[in-house]
Each structure stands twice: as C-alpha cells, then as structure tokens.
Design a protein around this ligand. Structure first.
Ligand code: 13P
Length: 245
C-alpha cells in the first residue's frame, strides 16, 4: 500500500537565522495539514536547532542534508546520524547529486550513509539521477539502475524504510524540468525494481526545477509520490503552492 504524497524542501547552502525565521513562520501559517500530503524542510546543520524550535508540535517535519557513514570518532567536520536525530529530525538526505559530484560520493558511500541514517532512527531520502552526458551516453536506465542496486543490496529488507528521490542532474537548478512523462518513465522503472525487492510501499519523489507551475502535472503521475524541491523551497508562497499542487 503506497503512502500519501511528500514534499520536501532542500534549502541547500542557503539561509540565515533571520531569513529562516521568516520562512518558517510563513510555512507554519500557510500549511494546512492533510492525511494525503506531508511537508518537510531539510536545513543546513547549524540551523537544525532553530528549525526544531520553530516546528516542534507542528505538522511539518524537518531533516538534514547529509550525514557521516560513521557513528562517532575522529572525522573532523563530519556529523553523525545520532547528532542529527537529537535535533528532532525525521529525514536526512543521502547521495544528493551535489554530494556525488562535488564531494566524489560513490554508490557504496551513499549506501553506507543510508544505513547509518536508519541505524540512527532517521529516514534517509536517498537520491539517484543521471547527468545529461549519462542520459545521452550509457542511458539513464544504466546509471539509475546502478545507483538503485547499490542501495538495495546494502539495505536488503530495510529498503522498505527509505524514501527515494529521482533527481535528473540536468534538471537541477537549470529551470529545465523533466516532463511529467520523462519523470514517470524513470519512476515506473524504480517502482518495478522496488517491487522485486518487496519494498513497493517506498515513496519515490521527483526533484529538479519543481515549481508551482509544473508540480501539479508531475505529482499527477502515478509513480511520482511528491517532490524534492531546491530553489523554490526558499520562497514560502511558492513552496506552499507546490505542496498543495
Ligand atoms: P532545484 O529545485 O533548485 O532544481 O533543486 C532540486 C534539488 O536538487 C533538490 O534536492
């Protein structure tokens, strides 16, 4: 049985105490909770306490954008899942394409991060997606299939406890979104693989230039269970419109 739709804002490395406060107040004022729709924001580490203080007791969930695959120790600059969980986070991103591209994160590392998140009681939002060169070259099936299989192999039955996000790299921050049909094609492919591993209840979100104007058509696709929203999640009006689309 599939769950309702989930819309998650990924603030990336944006925000500040003052801007976050206004954004969170506006989200709280404008969000009408429903059984069908859930809303969450993933903030930079230093602001997790601020987000917790603002959202505790509300129907909005929150999370972090990355975590260490290790539980503690000599890993300067890294943040453990247990630390993130202490701030009331429900979610943590793992394997965002910006981490894969800018920090050289491999499929194996992403899988280890997803495992560490589950061990800390967090729900990993595991990202997959191909670059334009990969789409034109090896093909998205090869790349997304490889990324998915690494996670599925590492998590086994625990795969049922993650949220997946398909984020074609060519659509991130470019204003060039995948068409609803293109998104559906990849989501259906992921759904089929999930069914093979008996994890069909997993939500599969779409990310990449989601805006109020295209969210409705994307979310109407049968295998698109919501969105992972970057730039548009920094604007309360736009983000709430996406959440309600
Ligand atoms: P944009 O919505 O800014 O394209 O970013 C998508 C994304 O990377 C969300 O994680």
């Amino acid at each position: 049985m599939r769950r309702g739709k989930l819309v998650v804002g990924n603030w990336k490395m944006n925000g500040g105490l003052e801007a976050n406060a206004s954004l969170l107040v506006a989200l709280l004022a404008g969000w009408t909770p429903s059984a069908e729709r859930s809303l969450a924001v993933c903030a930079p580490f230093p602001y997790l306490g601020q987000v917790r203080d603002a959202l505790t007791g509300s129907k909005l969930a929150w999370g972090a954008q990355d975590l260490s695959p290790h539980s503690a120790g000599a890993y300067t600059g890294d943040v453990a899942g247990a630390m993130i969980a202490e701030f009331g986070c429900r979610y943590v991103l793992a394997g965002h394409s910006e981490r894969r591209q800018l920090h050289g994160e491999t499929d194996a590392l992403v899988a280890a991060k997803a495992k560490a998140a589950l061990a800390a009681g967090l729900t990993p939002l595991v990202c997959v997606g191909e670059t334009l060169a990969e789409r034109d070259g090896a093909g998205w099936q090869t790349v997304v299939g490889r990324q998915f299989d690494a996670i599925a192999a590492a998590l086994a039955a625990d795969l049922a406890r993650v949220v997946l996000a398909y984020e074609p790299v060519w659509a991130i921050g470019t204003g060039r979104t995948a068409s609803p049909a293109q998104a559906q094609e990849v989501h259906a492919f992921l759904r089929q693989r999930l069914q093979k591993s008996s994890a069909e209840a997993v939500q599969v979100l779409y990310g990449g230039s989601v805006k109020a104007g295209n969210a409705g058509a994307l979310f109407a696709m049968p295998d698109v269970d919501g969105g992972l929203v970057g730039g548009a999640s920094l604007d309360a009006v736009e983000f709430l419109a996406i959440a309600g689309a």
